[in-house]
Ligand binder design. Structure first.
Ligand code: PLP
Length: 410
């Protein structure tokens, strides 16, 4: 099986279902029983692997993880309760007080808040760089650096860094490369060949598809030598390449209690089966809308890495195999015009999500970034005149019609 969709559909259950169920049932059970005291001891001490308690593992959740493993051919996968949980679990596992990470201010708003407001007071140092200026990075690395963290296409600035070059620099310093790939669904980029060690992502978005459920994934490509990280050096001795996933499962993820619910794992398993088809459709729609807006005189500017005049066009094409995601931004002349435009839309929804089946519109400055002052917003690339359109899979003629009638009324 080589195709993404085939793999997503035909991944076998870890154990044969007693009823021959074709879809993995939802094991909505907190706990699992054992035949004997010796069996439960073997489970708890790890001599025999079995499900014991659903905060730690669950058959429906495990099946979802196995599908992701089959698609990515990664070394290890852990699903968690949200995209934010994937980032917090990962950072809390690889870094602690006195450690530092290198990232950029061009980040998803809540990720920036996690770094600045939640983890900094615990002693994490966060160094912000311009990841499109590679020459500025070298002097940020020191003996406290534990990871470089970036997003494949930054949300909502839509900047694209050259991951291969960044990873090469990180590897010279033996530093872990962590990439939030939420905007680019699993098969868009060949993470391992680009030098990504760990992918974190929100499965709420492309994988769930229809905004059915919140979830997240940590995907480990088995490429990092964990002996280079003092927090994981002991685990590296014991578990080798599996050190990160082992530390998460046996400690951080277990203790934080950020498990994905079996019901959400079921919904997201279904979503995975059609992800590739939906992603092709939404990307094609996005490019068509970007070109349409680009040629419209009422639009001050359009930002989409799939447009030839985008500064990120070449690198996006190289990295994402010609698919540049389903998110675009455009600028009108004022915040008032943005609000008017939003209110005139007939079926495009005013909602915060992306990679949904439905096309959604948002004014980032007054929503996701509303808690930041004007100076910080400017540093984060957020303008009052900017709209974010998260394009869905509707028929393109209908999307054109809704956008053009709203523009005419401006
Ligand atoms: C939505 C999003 C997240 C957070 O995911 P949740 O599932 O909402 O917790 C993280 N990173 C990016 C780029 C996102 O778009």
């Amino acid at each position: 099986m080589s195709g993404i969709t085939t793999r997503a559909i035909h991944t076998r259950f870890a154990k044969k279902d007693p009823h021959g169920s074709l879809q993995m049932p939802v094991y909505d059970s907190a706990s699992f029983e054992f035949d004997s005291a010796a069996d439960i001891e073997n489970a708890f001490t790890g001599r025999k692997s079995s499900h014991m308690y659903s905060r730690i593992s669950n058959p429906t959740v495990e099946h979802f993880e196995n599908k992701v493993l089959a698609i990515t051919e990664a070394f290890g996968v852990l699903s968690v309760s949200s995209g934010m949980a994937s980032i917090s679990n990962l950072i809390l596992t690889i870094a602690g007080s006195g450690d530092s990470i290198i990232t950029t201010k061009r980040l998803f708003g809540n990720t920036y808040s996690l770094f600045e407001r939640t983890l900094k007071p615990w002693g994490l140092t966060v160094k912000y760089a311009d990841l499109n200026k590679l020459e500025t990075l070298e002097n940020l690395f020191d003996k406290t650096t534990r990871a470089i963290f970036l997003e494949t296409i930054t949300n909502p600035q839509l900047e694209v860094a050259d991951i291969e070059q960044l990873a090469a620099i990180a590897k010279r310093h033996k530093i872990l490369v962590v990439v939030d790939t939420t905007i680019t669904p699993l098969f868009f980029l060949n993470a391992k060949s680009l030098g990504i060690d760990i992918e974190v992502l929100s499965s709420t978005k492309y994988i769930s598809g229809g905004a059915t459920s919140v979830g997240g994934l940590i995907i480990d490509y088995g490429t990092y030598d964990w002996e280079n990280n003092p927090k994981l050096a002991d685990d590296a001795q014991k578990f080798g390449d599996a050190a990160l996933i082992a530390k998460l499962r046996k400690e951080v993820y277990r203790n934080l209690g950020t498990c994905l619910s079996p019901h959400n794992a079921y919904l997201q398993s279904l979503g995975l089966e059609t992800m590739a088809l939906r992603a092709e459709a939404s990307c094609a729609n996005t490019l068509a809308i970007a070109e349409y807006l680009h040629s419209n005189a009422k639009i001050a500017s359009v930002n989409y890495p799939g447009l030839e005049d985008s500064p990120h066009y070449q690198i996006a094409r190289k990295q994402f195999r010609h698919r540049c995601g389903a998110l675009l931004t455009f600028d009108l002349n004022s915040k008032e015009e943005c609000f008017q435009f939003m209110d005139k839309l007939q079926f495009i929804r005013r909602a915060t999500n992306l990679n949904d089946n439905k096309t959604l519109i948002l004014h980032p400055a007054s929503t996701i970034f509303c808690e930041y002052d004007a100076r910080l917003k400017a540093e984060m690339g957020i303008r009052e005149t900017m709209m974010r359109l998260a394009v869905g899979i509707e028929d393109i003629e209908d999307l054109f019609a809704d956008i053009s009638q709203a523009l005419e009324l401006l």
